[in-house]
Design a protein around this ligand. Structure first.
Ligand code: ADP
Ligand code: ADP
Ligand code: ZN
Length: 213
């Protein structure tokens, strides 16, 4: 089973990815986490990606495709995978489909949608753990002890690109670059619409049903 989580920044992809992949017993990856990992390790790819991510624009397609395909090759023969944050452009979507080979492409795309006003509130209050990537929110799901990850005790921080100016740019980039990907998968008849403007538990239930159906 090969699944893609699609949706605007702040829709809840990262919040749900691990549990959905766990339910499917497949490995998962978030392209944004791969880039941030490269930055932490100060690789040349990390330094290159940083200049784009800081501005809230997409990293060029070929760089992103190579990085994610490398992960997919390393995770072959594990019964499938779940991708969070990739593909984000039509070029990425067709590169993915091509490299997976005819008849063995993506099985399902879970498209989580949330109104833009809600996205802005979610992104501007998001906090993430620098060690284990757990996701929190200042208002909606705060850490128990200020600044400290409930899961691993690591430090939580606000992402540079979750500051106001970047947030608006990212939502605009989503509209122009990523929205066409929704129609691409809808035409392939593998898209499932999920209303993300609900409690985390409710959204999770809908996602679980969508992968079983
Ligand atoms: P979000 O939580 O907003 O969905 P991500 O962590 O997925 O954000 O991505 C953060 C940034 O990393 C993006 O704004 C972009 O610069 C870069 N990035 C992540 N995935 C991709 C991708 N598939 N294509 C191009 N750039 C990407
Ligand atoms: P994405 O990966 O799609 O960018 P995240 O999973 O990181 O989105 O969620 C963005 C922010 O919104 C996080 O701070 C998260 O805690 C919060 N959040 C996610 N889902 C919900 C929800 N259903 N209700 C309230 N807040 C949520
Ligand atoms: Zn942590």
């Amino acid at each position: 089973m090969r699944v893609v989580l699609l949706g605007p920044p702040g829709a809840g992809k990262g919040t749900h990815a691990a549990r959905v992949a766990g339910e499917m017993s497949v490995p998962m990856v978030a392209s944004g986490d791969l880039f941030r990992e490269h930055q932490k390790n100060d690789t040349s790819l990390g330094r290159l990606a940083r200049s784009y991510m800081e501005r809230g624009v997409l990293v060029p397609d070929q760089i992103t495709i190579d990085m994610v395909m490398d992960w997919i090759v390393k995770n072959e023969n594990k019964g499938g995978f779940l991708l969070d944050g990739f593909p984000r452009t039509l070029t990425q979507a067709s590169a993915l489909e091509e490299s997976l080979g005819a008849g063995s492409g993506i099985d399902r795309v879970l498209y989580i949608d949330v109104p833009i006003k809600v996205l802005i509130r979610r992104l501007s209050g998001r906090q993430v753990c620098g060690s284990c990537q757990s996701i929190y929110h200042l208002e909606f799901s705060p850490v128990k002890s200020i600044g400290e990850c409930d899961n691993c005790g690591g430090g939580v921080y606000q992402r540079e690109d979750d500051k106001k100016e970047s947030v608006l740019r990212r939502l605009e980039v989503y509209r122009t670059e990523t929205e066409p990907v929704i129609e691409y998968y809808r035409n392939l008849k593998i898209l499932v619409d999920v209303d993300g403007d609900n409690d985390v538990k409710d959204v999770e239930m809908t996602l679980m049903e969508a992968i079983k159906s």
